[in-house]
Design a protein around this ligand. Structure first.
Ligand SMILES: Nc1ncnc2c1ncn2[C@@H]1O[C@H](COP(=O)(O)OP(=O)(O)OP(=O)(O)O)[C@@H](O)[C@H]1O
Ligand SMILES: [Mg+2]
Length: 304
């Protein structure tokens, strides 16, 4: 059997912060190369702590982290070269110019400005920031700042990109653009690891996921299998005009004018239902879970 090539192996990872918070109690999972992987979980679950340890921003208490075959404990420098990180909090100089922020990052990896410039241009263009290259980063909108963080993380051509809640504060349209960008990047061979609160987001993007709750991995595996093990979910969708009854029959629609409740079974996806609405030129104003599949899953997984 062909040996799996792993981008990341985490074994028995624990983190207790100095004042005693046990942020990670038991975290073990592995991610294959070229995967698109999400670490899902509610606030305070330990997602950023896990990402922080992988990206050497947080010291672990115990356990092992191997990135692309390099153990963080004894080959940290080599491990870092292959990884790009987009932390949850913005952490660039607010008075620095957009272009300079991305270029300076290449310098940290020992890449000369001449060599780095084509990549700076490539990623600023790909992320829709080229027009903003000469402005100070503090004048960017929240969504633009998020994209600047992504351009900066990619400038040294990492083989693994790690993003901590990349869609926080990003509107629906930009979010879809970001999904496309990440999907293309993954198709070009980059392993992508992201964290999110939203099962729907993971469903849209990922092949494999791990669900973390209060410092413990409660579920881990292919998202399709996980979704198949779940029960129906009711989703409330608001559209821009009165709903036509014959559409979406398979989702048991219950509609009051432009508001519909759809039942998504384990064999269906919300994504598919939205595509049907969009194909009929409905504008989606909002999508809200009536019963949160992820929340239900946490409750079940933790036996509450
Ligand atoms: N620097 C720190 N010092 C002390 N405790 C911390 C620190 N960072 C995180 N924690 C605690 O560790 C736990 C896990 O936090 P973490 O930021 O990893 O969660 P998260 O899953 O990323 O949450 P969110 O979805 O809100 O970003 C929380 O109880 C948090 O208060
Ligand atoms: Mg976090």
């Amino acid at each position: 059997m062909k040996k799996k090539q792993l981008a990341l192996q985490i074994t028995d990872l624990r983190k207790t912060y100095p004042k005693g918070t046990e942020a990670l109690k038991w975290v073990s999972f592995e991610i294959e190369k070229w995967d698109f992987f999400a670490l899902l979980g509610p606030n305070g679950a330990g997602k950023s702590t896990t990402i922080g340890i992988i990206s050497w921003l947080v010291n672990k208490t115990s356990g092992q982290v191997i990135i692309d075959g390099y153990d963080l404990d004894d080959s940290g420098a080599e491990a870092r070269l292959g990884v790009g990180v987009v932390p949850q909090e913005f952490n660039f100089g607010i008075f620095e110019k957009v272009y300079d922020i991305v270029l300076a990052q290449a310098g940290y990896y020992g890449i000369s400005p001449e060599k780095a410039k084509p990549n700076v241009e490539k990623y600023l263009k790909a992320l829709g920031l080229w027009e903003k290259r000469d402005v100070a980063s503090r004048t960017l909108s929240g969504g633009m700042k998020r994209r600047l963080m992504i351009a900066r993380a990619l400038v040294h051509n990492p083989s693994v990109l790690i993003l901590d809640e990349p869609t926080a504060g990003v509107d629906i349209e930009l979010r879809l653009g970001m999904y496309e960008f990440l999907k293309e990047l993954n198709a070009s061979g980059v392993t992508i690891i992201l964290t999110t609160h939203y099962l729907e987001e993971a469903e849209n993007l990922c092949r494999n996921i791990a669900i973390i709750d209060r410092g413990t991995i409660v579920k881990y595996g292919p998202i399709k299998e996980l979704l198949a093990s779940m029960e129906d979910e009711v989703v409330n969708i608001e559209i821009d005009r009165v709903f036509e009854w014959d559409m979406l029959k398979n989702y048991n629609p219950i509609a009051i004018e432009a508001t519909i409740d759809l039942t998504i079974s384990s064999k269906q996806t919300l994504d598919a239902a939205i595509k049907i609405l969009q194909s009929e030129w409905y504008t989606i104003r909002s999508v809200k879970p009536k019963s949160g599949r992820l929340e239900e899953f946490f409750l079940k997984s933790t036996g509450k």
